[in-house]
Design a protein around this ligand. Structure first.
Ligand SMILES: C[S@@+](CC[C@H](N)C(=O)[O-])C[C@H]1O[C@@H](n2cnc3c(N)ncnc32)[C@H](O)[C@@H]1O
Length: 348
């Protein structure tokens, strides 16, 4: 789907993307200023919440720190609003195409009642206006405007290439029945299908609004995905139905107990000999104190209430607790120490 924004929307989204780059560009200067004030290594408080307060207080008179933090705040508040406004401008011409692409082999099996787990209820993840169901066309708005035109320009590396290349970490390349957790707008589902062209893909998400964009992506390519609006931890599907269960950037949106439930559900859904691949954020234990501070600052101020818990637990250990063997967690791209991949095997 080719998306061309109108002048005002395009300029506004580009402005935010550029502002994100300027703000990111200030990062090394902020680090140097912090170092000059002793805010490195053991000069930083051990507790992460204390560390945030310590740095805020110690840097309060720094115009650079003020600019960096205020730009971040502005971007968090504005990106969803700007994307919705940009959508309104193109709405008359794009709606027929969006609605047409909901017709085709891929259909969504919708839940009778909102399946959102308590820990996600009412949360505006990423501080995106209204959260995952915040707009009737949020799947398109988030997937095609926010993700493709704003996030992709500000995240390290090629966020779409990463979704494809993590699949090279799998021990096999012949999967036939794949279950994806947290399908959202389909940005991981497309490379899954392209990498395993003969596989039947089933995806799930608690938000049908987000999955509508995955549905369009599949129908545009003539693919037949089964998309279910169910919580990933309790899919209601038959045990042993899949040979691969996978997710990309889902786990940091839930507390540790939910991650454990999701791994247990993945184990149940896999046939003996099947594999799990979960790709997510870099864990705190892989960072020095300064890097940890920045990651936690961005999570706290960026609408990520569960990031701390999710990035603290040892995912390979949790996988083995629920029955997997040969579980490994590691950085897929050395330069960024991201995406952080957990691969595990269900014994024969
Ligand atoms: C960051 S997005 C995932 C993005 C997508 N996998 C990709 O690669 O771009 C997180 C998605 O997971 C969904 N989600 C979060 N927790 C979930 C849960 N417990 N069960 C099902 N879906 C969930 C959200 O609705 C959202 O669409």
């Amino acid at each position: 789907m080719k998306v061309q924004l109108h002048q005002k929307g395009r300029a506004s989204v580009d402005f935010l993307a550029d502002l994100g780059m300027w703000s990111g560009g200030l990062g090394p200067t902020v680090n140097e200023l912090m170092a000059s004030r002793g805010l490195v290594d053991n000069g930083l408080a051990e507790d992460l919440d204390e560390r945030i307060a310590q740095v805020d207080a110690a840097m309060a008179d720094s115009p650079t720190y003020f600019a960096w933090s205020e730009m971040g705040e502005f971007l968090s508040k504005r990106h969803g609003v700007v994307a919705h406004e940009a959508f309104e401008e193109i709405k008359p011409e794009i709606l027929p195409e969006l609605d047409q692409l909901e017709k085709g082999p891929t259909q969504i099996e919708r839940a009778d009642q909102d399946p959102t787990p308590d820990y996600a209820r009412g949360v505006e993840f990423h501080r995106t206006t209204g959260g995952w169901d915040g707009h009737p066309y949020q799947g398109f708005v988030h997937g095609e405007i926010i993700h493709r035109k704003y996030v992709a320009k500000n995240y390290p590396g090629d966020i779409f290439g990463q979704r494809r290349s993590v699949l090279s970490e799998l021990p096999r390349q012949d999967y036939q029945r794949i279950f994806e957790m947290g399908t959202s707008s389909g940005h991981f589902t497309v490379p899954l299908q392209e990498t395993f062209p003969d596989a039947q893909i089933t995806g799930c998400d608690m938000s049908a609004t987000m999955m509508e964009q995955a549905q369009r992506a599949a129908n545009e390519r003539g693919w037949n995905w089964r998309l279910l609006q169910v919580p990933a931890e309790n899919t209601g599907l038959e045990s042993g139905s899949f040979d691969l269960v996978a997710s990309f950037i889902l786990l940091h949106e839930m507390p540790a107990s939910a991650i454990r439930n999701i791994f247990a559900e993945a184990y149940r859904l896999l046939e003996p000999g099947g594999d799990m691949l979960m790709s997510d954020v870099r864990p705190f234990r892989d960072m020095d104190r300064l890097t940890e501070w920045r990651a936690y600052y961005l999570a706290v101020n960026g609408g990520e209430p569960h990031w701390l818990e999710a990035a603290t637990i040892d995912l390979a250990a949790v996988a083995e607790e629920v029955g997997f063997v040969n579980a490994r967690s590691f950085a897929h791209i050395e330069e960024f120490r991201y995406p952080w991949v957990t691969v595990a095997h269900k014994p024969e």
